[in-house]
Write a protein that binds this ligand. Structure first.
Ligand code: SF4
Ligand code: SF4
Length: 471
């Protein structure tokens, strides 16, 4: 029985409701009157239900798809402007007791070297990341209660926040670790994490159980209910995601939105972010073995439909995707991207990109400076802002500022100030030159004279060597 308010996975991600949604979308995919009605509703920027959004996803009428893309682009402009927040993943350990068949860290893979960073190595990785210019990390670790207990993760978070190398600092640590207990989530919350991110991988229970044949992750309900425990443990911002390619994308899409609706119904606040990774090649993993792979066109359509369905939720894309695809998809609603990523344990300290412990192939292999330069050339402002959670703007407080549009008064000047820090401390000459021109131009767009004056003073102070301003 479908019930978005239920705390039971099989009731808030009710299989029958997902199937009925897919049938409803299929039946209505050429119903122009209904599609127009849904597009009109989406224009109000209050979001769509999973059923409505699924109709848009199923629609194959070129001119309607064009309208959906245009709207996604417009919503992105209205809520996120031309800013793109930058982050990098940091792999702590690839020890894992699970057997996820799409991941090279699965415990039966005997060819991959196992590695876990010591605190000294975490420090070296963080220094390397700070020297690139990163301020925001997402830490990643396999599930292994012996090698990667919660105490280890907490020690790493503490180490990361404590390192201040030159003008560098990691100001926000997002955490991507296995589903855990309320008590452990509370410890993460007290350690000052940003967002807790957990990919569902697939919402289809039968497929989920097949793809996770053993280990604690095999338990579908425990995994799917993790965000409720995280919120109970005091974590305000959670990030959802599915690994597209494992099951049918229409199923994942509807269920993902049902999960978002569930969080809103129970906790009064939807997901902070949604990630859209696709299965990629890696050691012992051949993506062609998964027969639900999606084309670039479908992938872009999914992104556009997510954007119009949940306008207040940030959307993340990683370096799994190529530079070309990222360029295309960013305009449709992506608000955060990783740059200069290395997906191996200890990868940032190495001169050359190491492949032996990689979780997946990185398609976009450009350096952070190259990505920053490319974004600015394409008219975007790369932002290293981490202000919100440090100012206590999390959970429903953040969402209400978002919904009233007030958050924009913070995001834009914060993007410019953090970009200025990046230009002063880490950028190549060409990037710095482009960045200075961009900042000058973007300062003119600040309409509030007080904010403009303060931002302008702070930009000068950054030139004089002072760091870490925020609205
Ligand atoms: S996806 Fe995560 S839990 Fe599964 S094998 Fe890989 S590291 Fe382990
Ligand atoms: S002000 Fe808040 S919402 Fe805006 S970019 Fe910074 S952290 Fe994100």
């Amino acid at each position: 029985m479908y019930d978005p308010k239920s705390l039971k996975a099989e009731e808030f991600i009710c299989d029958k409701e997902v199937q009925d949604t897919i049938s409803y979308a299929e039946e209505n995919k050429e119903n122009i009157a209904l599609i127009d009605e849904i597009i009109e509703k989406a224009k109000k920027r209050k979001g769509l239900t999973h059923r409505e959004a699924s109709v848009l996803l199923a629609c194959e009428i070129p001119e309607k798809i064009e309208q959906i893309y245009d709207l996604a682009e417009q919503i992105k402009k209205d809520f996120y402007g031309n800013r793109i927040v930058m982050f990098a993943p940091l792999y702590l350990s690839n020890y894992c007791v699970n057997k996820c068949v799409y991941c090279p860290y699965h415990m039966q893979n005997k060819t991959i070297p196992r590695k876990k960073l010591t605190q000294e190595e975490v420090k070296q990785e963080v220094i390397a990341l700070q020297d690139m210019g990163h301020k925001r990390l997402a830490i990643e670790a396999g599930e292994d209660p012996v090698n990667n207990p919660i105490e280890y993760i907490l020690d790493c978070i503490h180490t990361i926040y404590s390192i201040k190398h030159k003008n560098g600092a990691i100001r926000r640590v997002n955490v991507n670790i296995a589903a855990t207990t309320v008590e452990n989530y509370r410890k993460l919350s007290e350690a000052g994490i940003g967002t807790y991110i957990l990919f569902q991988e697939t919402y289809h229970k039968e497929t989920y159980e097949k793809l996770h044949p053993a280990g604690p992750k095999h338990n579908y309900a425990y995994h799917t209910e993790a965000m409720d425990r995280a919120m109970e443990g005091g974590i305000d911002d959670v990030g959802l995601g599915v690994l597209f390619g494992l099951d049918l994308y229409k199923y994942e899409f509807a269920a993902l939105l049902m999960h978002a609706e569930h969080l809103e119904a129970v906790h009064g606040v939807g997901p902070h972010t949604i990630s859209v990774p696709r299965v990629k090649k890696a050691d012992d993993i051949d993506p062609s073995k998964f027969d639900n792979g999606i084309s670039d066109d479908i992938f872009c359509k999914i992104a556009a439909c997510i954007r119009v369905a949940v306008p207040y939720t940030g959307m993340i894309i990683s370096t799994r995707e190529s530079a070309d695809l990222r360029e295309n998809i960013i305009r449709l609603g992506v608000s955060q991207i990783s740059g200069g990523s290395r997906t191996s344990v200890g990868g940032y300290q190495e001169e050359e990109r190491p492949h032996d412990t990689e979780q997946f192939d990185v398609s976009d292999q450009r350096t952070l400076d190259e990505v920053v330069n490319w974004l600015m050339t394409a008219g975007y402002i790369p932002s290293f802002c981490t202000a919100c959670y440090r100012e206590g703007r999390t959970g429903d407080r953040f969402m209400s500022l978002c919904k009233s549009g007030q958050i924009l008064n913070c995001c834009h000047p914060n993007a410019l100030m953090t970009l200025k820090e990046y230009l002063m401390d880490y950028a190549s000459e060409d990037t710095r030159r482009k960045g200075e021109i961009l900042i000058e131009k973007e300062m003119e767009k600040i309409t509030n004279p007080k904010v403009k004056e303060i931002a302008s003073q702070r930009l000068q102070l950054i030139e004089q060597g002072i760091r870490d301003f925020r609205f």
